[in-house]
Design a binder for this molecule. Structure first.
Ligand code: SF4
Length: 400
């Protein structure tokens, strides 16, 4: 869609468009982008973080492959994995083996967990002709150790990106891409800030589809969608169409990789929860919006990665209390009243961190409850009952 056309969309049109983009598991936007940019490639990536700037600067389209929902029947994907792991790798294999991802020319598999490591191996065997890279992000955040290692990783990926697209992009091109993604992260932060301050103005489900659409749209377009959404949300509020309700303000924790179905996010809203903070699609926040845009671009990406203070189960922290302290800090900064631990079934990283986080909340008397989901969860009534009871008890007695 042309940028001027996005700026003319009504709120309803904008949300309908974004929802259609993020629920399209045939990746039509990617196919259209390739038709408009003949010869240019598309590079897929899995959650949680990859440096999209490297893909963009090489002239390619970064494409978030976040799995699917219950509209995709899993047949081949189940044949590749045991039953006691999460759902995401099954749907990714299914998308690949049914040809839905044939518009993707390569894949980046971040070192989020063993499941994704195994998936990268299966992908290589199934699609030997496509570029498949394991993105081994460091778990040591000392610039002299993890930083040096990460620089080698980024040098290699940059070389692969240039080769795949036959690009001669330079350091200046990479700096320009960093500037575009800084803007994207700043606009995302503005949307999240608006939701934290007035969650009835920027609602959880709207923010979710807006961010999820950004995993597939070109960043230039997504930036315009974000700016238009901010403008329209204010206009709707001024017109009296968005009013505050007596809902419980909650933080979502544990959903950083396999994403929940959109219906689950809507269910939480209907259960009386205002989601004021979440860890969905953390790539929209990773690094922050101030990556330097002068000097050695790869060094800037390395330094910003080392300095980034956001915590998640995808990150190893030797001090077991640090993640709890960080979560409590986010609860404070968003004026939240409780935490919904919402992890994908069988997600080892999320479920290993959860008891430590719960213990930290118990120590300071912050309410919490937990449920699990899969990206294809269709039966949402038990989650609605749990979240609704949690919200009610917070509103009635101030704690759950
Ligand atoms: S949902 Fe959890 S277990 Fe599954 S791939 Fe992601 S991080 Fe790994």
């Amino acid at each position: 869609m042309e940028l001027e056309q996005i700026n003319a969309l009504s709120m309803e049109e904008l949300l309908t468009k974004c929802e259609a983009v993020c629920l399209d598991f045939n990746f039509t936007t990617v196919r259209e982008w390739k038709a408009e940019n003949p010869g240019q490639k598309a590079m897929g990536f899995l959650p949680t973080y990859v440096p999209r700037e490297l893909i963009h600067a090489a002239g390619m389209l970064p494409v978030g492959v976040l799995g699917a929902d219950d509209s995709l029947e899993i047949v081949r994907g189940d044949a590749c994995f045991q039953s006691y792991i999460c759902h995401l790798p099954r749907s990714v294999v299914e998308l690949g083996m049914t040809g839905r991802l044939d518009c993707i020319d390569g894949m980046l598999f971040p070192s989020t967990c063993d499941v994704i490591r195994n998936l990268s191996g299966i992908w290589k065997m199934q699609f030997p002709d496509k570029l498949s890279l394991y993105f081994d992000a460091p778990q040591n955040f000392d610039m002299d150790i993890g930083g040096k290692f990460y620089r080698v990783v980024l040098d290699e990926i940059w070389a692969h990106m240039l080769k795949l697209n036959g690009s001669t992009a330079t350091n200046d091109d990479l700096l320009a891409s960093i500037a575009l993604y800084n803007l994207n992260r700043r606009l995302c932060a503005e949307v999240y800030d608006m939701r934290a301050a007035r969650p009835w103005v920027a609602t959880a489900s709207e923010v979710y589809i807006l961010m999820r659409a950004g995993m597939l749209l070109p960043v230039e377009q997504h930036n315009v969608y974000l700016a238009r959404y901010l403008e329209l949300a204010e206009a709707e509020t001024k017109a009296g169409n968005r009013r505050e309700m007596d809902n419980a303000r909650v933080v979502i924790s544990g959903s950083f990789c396999e994403q929940p179905p959109l219906a689950l996010v809507r269910t939480l809203e209907r259960a009386g929860c205002y989601v004021v903070e979440d860890d969905y699609m953390m790539i929209t926040r990773w690094l922050g919006c101030g990556v330097p845009v002068e000097g050695d671009a790869l060094h800037n990406l390395v330094q910003s990665y080392m300095d980034y203070k956001g915590e998640s189960a995808a990150k190893f922290v030797p001090d077991g209390c640090k993640k709890g302290t960080e979560l409590i800090g986010r609860i404070g900064s968003t004026n939240a009243e409780g935490v919904l631990f919402s992890a994908p079934s069988f997600c080892d990283p999320a479920l290993l961190d959860q008891p430590m986080l719960q213990e930290a909340l118990d120590r300071v008397g912050i309410s919490h409850t937990a449920f699990k989901y899969s990206e294809n969860t269709g039966q949402l009534q038990p989650i609605r009952e749990r979240a609704g009871t949690f919200a009610d008890t917070i509103k009635l007695w101030g704690e759950a």
